[in-house]
Design a protein around this ligand. Structure first.
Ligand SMILES: Nc1nc2c(ncn2[C@@H]2O[C@H](COP(=O)(O)OP(=O)(O)O)[C@@H](O)[C@H]2O)c(=O)[nH]1
Ligand SMILES: [Mg+2]
Length: 291
């Protein structure tokens, strides 16, 4: 029997050491995830499903406000996604090029995802965390905020391209809106835009620029809440509920489930990798199942 309150998939895994063995054998490239699977269940939930961990602290009435089950992969799915994000000789993960204008962007046939957000929201740190299984990838981190003026393209094997967009807000380049707007509007293979919001301070005025852009172009986008390790559980819950309400009432194109992450503790990183693998059509058996 699964422990009370434990999601069925997770419960099954803890019940059956054999299932654990299967995950490890099938995805032997991802040793790091095999270690995650050995964690006590409370720690595992906190690391892999941070929203679910937060949900435990809600009164039953407000529980339905969290849309937890929309993207609800099994640990096997997550393990599969981990192998997509693991650099090997056969799976090259690398920085490709930078571009200041869309017509300088590399012509790439693969599905693409992009990351946008205010300067200092934690974009470079998040991309580094997503690429932690490919330690040779160089994610350029500009020391001064607002100085990443280019779009940086990263290739993830034969699977997809990830684009780091310039930050907006404080000292953003004058032509930021032009550059990002053109990219968002015209990039044909763009599958999903990840809009980063700082979970400590919530949605800021400048974040609305990006929200409005995504809404205006009817883009499918996803809100990622960064730096969740920085707040107390109470503060984080309050922010997450507020942002969830914003998404539910003020947006059309935003994916209803939020993705809280920490680039420091790696909480939420595995789930986000799995989501990216899924929406780019790379979780073969479950492609586009959730999203
Ligand atoms: N505690 C904590 N700090 C973070 C996290 N992500 C980023 N930071 C810090 O926030 C600051 C801005 O991060 P950075 O990734 O450069 O933001 P960017 O301007 O959006 O690329 C840096 O001091 C990071 O160390 C996180 O998940 N947790
Ligand atoms: Mg940066």
């Amino acid at each position: 029997m699964a422990a009370p309150g434990l999601r069925p998939g997770l419960g099954r895994l803890f019940e059956m050491p054999a299932a654990l063995g299967r995950v490890r054998r099938a995805y032997s490239t991802s040793q790091a995830f095999a270690e995650v699977l050995r964690l006590p269940k409370k720690q595992l939930t906190k690391l892999v499903f941070p929203l679910q961990e937060l949900e435990r602290h809600l009164v039953p009435d407000s529980k339905r406000e969290f849309h937890l089950k929309i993207f609800d992969p099994s640990l096997e799915d997550i393990a599969r996604a981990e192998s997509i994000f693991t650099a090997t000789a056969q799976n090259r993960i690398e920085y490709l090029s930078s571009a200041e204008r869309l017509d300088h962007a590399p012509a790439l046939p693969r599905p693409e995802v992009c990351f946008i957000g205010r300067s200092n929201v934690g974009k470079s740190s998040l991309i580094k965390a997503l690429f932690s299984l490919a330690p040779d990838v160089e994610v350029r981190v500009s020391k001064k905020p607002g100085h990443t003026k280019k779009m940086n393209f990263f290739k993830v094997g034969k699977y997809f391209t990830l684009v780091d967009m310039p930050g907006y807000g404080y000292r953003a380049p004058e032509d930021f809106v032009d550059m990002v707007e053109t990219y968002l509007k015209e990039r044909k293979n763009l599958m999903r835009t990840f809009l980063l919001v700082d979970s400590v301070v919530g949605i800021q005025k400048t974040d609305n620029i990006a929200v409005e852009m995504c809404e205006e172009f009817a883009l499918p986008y996803v809100m990622v809440l960064t730096k969740i390790d920085k707040s107390s559980k109470g503060h984080l819950l309050k922010q997450v509920l507020q942002i969830q309400k914003f998404v539910d009432t003020k947006t059309q194109g935003c994916f209803p489930q939020l993705f809280p992450v920490s680039a420091v503790t790696y909480s939420g990183i595995h789930l986000l990798r799995c989501f990216i693998a899924d929406i780019t059509g790379n979780l073969k058996t479950h492609g586009f199942q959730f999203s």
